[in-house]
Design a protein around this ligand. Structure first.
Ligand code: ADP
Ligand code: MG
Length: 591
């Protein structure tokens, strides 16, 4: 029996509701305000009183108003039609809402998450009589470039088998396409979609695997120095304006994954609108089709209260898990998780809980941990693998990483891409700090090679600091050369122009190619007569490399520029002779 209640008190977005019947933690209820129904979620139960966060403006709600409980947890609808959509944190499709209500949404407006009119060509996979487990494919439909598998609901428990299934043909979300029967003779009908509680991890897989395969982002600093693994987690803390959002946008375009879920809690006014306007116009560099076809955007409009932000992060990760269950690699980009943490802090304050560090609730760390734990690469029941990778930005006040949200995230994240204010101010983008950042994952390059390059950066920084005190004359020629090497590595490899069509994405193959040439230069002793000669040398080679970075991979021009670089380097750097000469040399030795 679903409960019913009466409001006892209203405190901002928190309402206290005296209830009868059964009510559970995280259950959804609707506060009745005239002919409007305001969605709310139970966040604490004390005796016969449920405290609920309302996902809407509570103006006008008062003591004695009714609440209708639904008996259901806050859930996400999963099925075909998610891709390409822009949803709010409660999975209302924003375009449909706007069509019905205009730009200014009335309170309590709700729309079905998935289009009920659209027809999907369903093709059965499972056969009648076959046992069916949670998450098992029973059919498929074509959605854009994907084979969208129609899965058995994730909450299926016990022994079920397929009793009947429709023939191939067009069906709509909401129509029955199959029936299951269990050993007790109980029946259950399935449609193209089902729901799953947003705050519960989906666990119908065989086992969790170790995240070992690199997730290629195309950003050189990340892939070469601080790699991310498929099914791993990473965090991007950085002060306001350091480039967190831009970096995530670049990643959402170029990351070598199947599906990208963007959970956007805009920090700048208009930022979310920008994302929504820009995204549909972008093409996927790999398929040449609209990027939106593989993307879902969950965003919080500024008119929504904080509670909706809290929900959006769970809505997003649940969708990512759904695509993982189809054997796909999903990437969830959350920007910014600090907004989510602030929502927790605000509700915790209203609940008058004992505050922890910086007034965040004591459970902040476990909530953050539980969220990132939903990332992973898994072996599914049919033996295939799927993954959810989570990358979250953190925007600590004043850029101070010693605050609770950054620290709690660092405890669970597998990689740390710390953005530095100094780099951003010097317009050295991406502003990922090469000295502070780290990754626990292995990338495409042998660790000792990467370490060699990092050593140059570390040593170069020491020299730079020394020079600010003693001047250029105060350091030895060989120290000065290390400094020039570090600067050069930064300028031609770490820095990347995210607005250039070629430079914004560097494939693994290209990174390997360029980085190995760079290592030759870093390793070379490079005898110079004096500092000015050294400076001139690096100025020249810097410009040549930057031009090379802007040249498309695998083109005659690419090879030409490379040969020019090699010819220039050859007198000073061993093993870098131009390719054609290399080949001749090899031929000569053989004959
Ligand atoms: P944050 O999200 O950290 O507050 P943004 O990502 O919004 O910061 O970046 C702020 C501004 O910095 C951008 O509007 C842009 O002008 C500049 N910027 C950030 N990243 C880059 C980049 N990779 N290349 C060029 N400009 C950048
Ligand atoms: Mg931002």
């Amino acid at each position: 029996m679903t409960g019913e209640g009466q409001i006892q008190g209203v405190n901002g977005n928190l309402i206290a509701v005296a209830f009868e019947g059964g009510v559970r933690q995280n259950e959804v209820g609707y506060a009745i305000l005239g002919d409007r129904r305001l969605k709310a979620e139970v966040i604490r139960i004390t005796g016969r009183v449920a405290e609920m966060q309302v996902f809407d403006d509570t103006r006008g709600l008062g003591v004695g108003d009714k609440v209708a409980f639904t008996g259901e947890l806050l859930s996400v609808e999963l099925g075909p039609g998610l891709l390409g959509q822009v949803f709010d944190g409660l999975q209302n499709p924003l375009a449909t809402l706007a069509d019905i209500h205009g730009i200014f949404l009335p309170r309590g407006a709700e729309v079905e998450p998935l289009d009920r009119q659209k027809e999907w060509t369903f093709e059965p996979i499972a056969r009648p009589g076959q046992p069916i487990r949670a998450g098992e494919p029973i059919g498929r439909t074509k959605e854009g470039i994907f084979d969208h598998l129609i899965l058995a609901p994730f909450d299926l428990r016990g022994d079920w088998h397929l009793d009947g299934i429709v023939d191939a043909g067009p069906y709509r979300v909401g129509e029955t396409i199959a029936t299951l029967r269990n050993t007790l003779g109980k029946e259950r009908s399935l449609g193209l979609s089902f729901t799953w509680p947003a705050k519960l991890p989906v666990t119908c897989y065989r086992e969790r695997l170790l995240p070992e395969k690199p997730l290629v982002t195309g950003t050189r600093t990340i892939d070469t120095f601080f790699p991310v693994a498929l099914g791993g987690t990473y965090c991007i803390p950085g002060p306001f304006g350091a480039g967190k959002t831009v970096l995530q946008q670049v990643t959402s375009r170029y990351a070598q994954v199947d599906i990208v879920i963007v959970a956007a809690c805009g920090e700048r006014a208009g930022e979310v609108v920008e994302t929504m306007r820009e995204f549909p116009e972008l093409t996927d560099p790999r398929t040449g089709r609209s990027l939106m076809e593989r993307t879902v955007i969950i965003c919080n409009t500024s008119s929504m209260p904080v509670a909706a932000r809290e929900a959006s992060i769970y809505t997003a990760v649940t969708m990512a898990e759904y695509f993982r269950q189809m054997g796909l690699n999903a990437l969830l980009l959350a920007d910014s998780t600090s907004r989510w943490a602030q929502a927790l802090r605000e509700m915790s304050g209203r609940l008058e809980e004992i505050p922890g560090d910086e007034a965040f609730p004591a459970y902040l760390e476990s909530r953050i941990g539980a969220f990132y734990e939903r990332a992973g690469i898994v072996e599914l029941v049919d033996g295939s693998t799927g993954s959810v990778t989570i990358g979250g930005t953190v925007s600590p006040a004043g850029g101070n990483f010693e605050e609770p949200v950054t620290q709690s995230t660092l405890k669970v994240a597998g990689a740390f891409h710390g953005l530095s204010r100094a780099r951003a101010e010097a317009r050295r983008y991406p502003a990922i700090d090469p000295l502070e950042s780290w990754s626990k994952y292995s990338g495409t390059f042998p660790p000792d090679e990467v370490q060699r390059a990092r050593d140059v950066l570390i040593h170069g920084e020491e020299v730079r600091q020394m020079m600010t005190v003693v001047g250029e004359e105060g350091v030895t020629l060989s120290d000065y050369v290390v400094h020039l090497k570090a600067e050069w590595l930064d300028q031609v490899y770490l820095q990347q122009n995210s607005f250039d069509p070629v430079d914004s994405f560097t494939s693994t193959e290209r990174q390997r190619h360029v980085f190995s040439l760079i290592l030759h230069v870093l390793r070379a002793p490079l005898g110079f007569a004096a500092k000015p000669q050294a400076r001139t040398f690096f100025n020249t080679v810097r410009q040549k490399f930057i031009d090379w970075n802007y040249t498309a991979w695998d083109t005659p021009e690419f090879a030409e520029r490379e040969n020019d670089i090699r010819s220039f380097l050859a007198p000073k750097v061993s093993g870098v002779a131009p390719r054609s000469e290399n080949r001749n040399a090899a031929a000569e030795t053989v004959s």
